[in-house]
Design a protein around this ligand. Structure first.
Ligand SMILES: C[S@@+](CC[C@H](N)C(=O)[O-])C[C@H]1O[C@@H](n2cnc3c(N)ncnc32)[C@H](O)[C@@H]1O
Length: 230
């Protein structure tokens, strides 16, 4: 059985107050983009979009949403769900959606694990968790998002053959990710050579956090796993 997190999100939910224009835009557009969970039963994510998309991809912790917006623009026939709890990041993505006139993104503005618990089984074709908070102190490792309970949830909602993309610039979290994901029976690591995890694939736009890490001299790793067929 999948455990229910007791305290769900540890990072901050608010930063500086939103500027008036951004706040107005967010208040105007977010209600049309936001996902609310049905009172009961599973959520079929294709129903979130005006025309059912060929596939639905999910990004957890999208930050300011630059990767999500770029993917959505490059894949107009795919539906995208972004999960984020940080209000300022959500507002930035809403701005990007309006600016690029994207109609294939929906936002879950809460703990991604609440959504994972309700998505229909095998309904997601790709998952991105890019530079999740590393929580480097040992006593905080239990806060890490990439952990057995989340992997169980992901395995449940991902289609066989679906890709899970992870990135981190924290060596301790990298070792942790590799240990936990390769130990999970439903995931297999696709890397064949060091270039496969040292270099970001061409269809993998950079995130803001990656740019900050690079500027600070930290070296990111890009991991790709496949959800096995049961
Ligand atoms: C270090 S930031 C990275 C943001 C972005 N992926 C990037 O690379 O720039 C991690 C993000 O994950 C979000 N986050 C943490 N736990 C989450 C959860 N349970 N559900 C949704 N978002 C979460 C945080 O609010 C934060 O914005």
């Amino acid at each position: 059985m999948i455990e229910t997190p007791t305290r769900r999100v540890y990072g901050r939910r608010r930063g500086r107050p939103l500027r008036q224009g951004r706040r107005r835009l967010t208040e105007g557009l977010l209600p049309q983009l936001a996902i609310s969970l049905p009172p009961e039963g599973a959520l079929n994510p294709t129903t979130l979009f005006p025309t059912p998309p060929a596939a639905v991809w999910l990004e957890i912790g999208f930050g300011a949403g630059e990767h999500l917006a770029a993917q959505a623009e490059q894949h107009p026939g795919t539906g995208f769900i972004g999960c984020e709890v940080f209000e300022n990041g959500i507002a930035r993505l809403v701005g990007e959606i309006a600016h690029r006139d994207l109609d294939n993104i929906r936002i879950f503005a809460d703990d991604a694990r609440l959504l994972l618990d309700r998505l229909a089984p095998a309904s997601i074709g790709r998952v991105f968790i890019l530079f999740p908070d590393p929580w480097p102190k040992s006593r905080h490792h239990k806060r890490r998002l990439v952990a057995p309970a989340t992997l169980d949830r992901l395995a449940g909602v991902m289609q066989p053959g679906a890709e899970l993309r992870l990135a981190t610039d924290d060596p301790g979290y990298l070792a942790w990710m590799l240990e936990h994901v390769t130990a999970h029976r439903d995931f297999v690591w696709t890397a064949r050579s060091p270039a496969d995890w040292r270099e970001r694939a061409p269809d993998w736009p950079a995130t803001r956090y990656e740019e900050k890490a690079g500027a600070a001299g930290r070296i990111p790793a890009f991991l790709r796993f496949i959800r096995r067929a049961s």
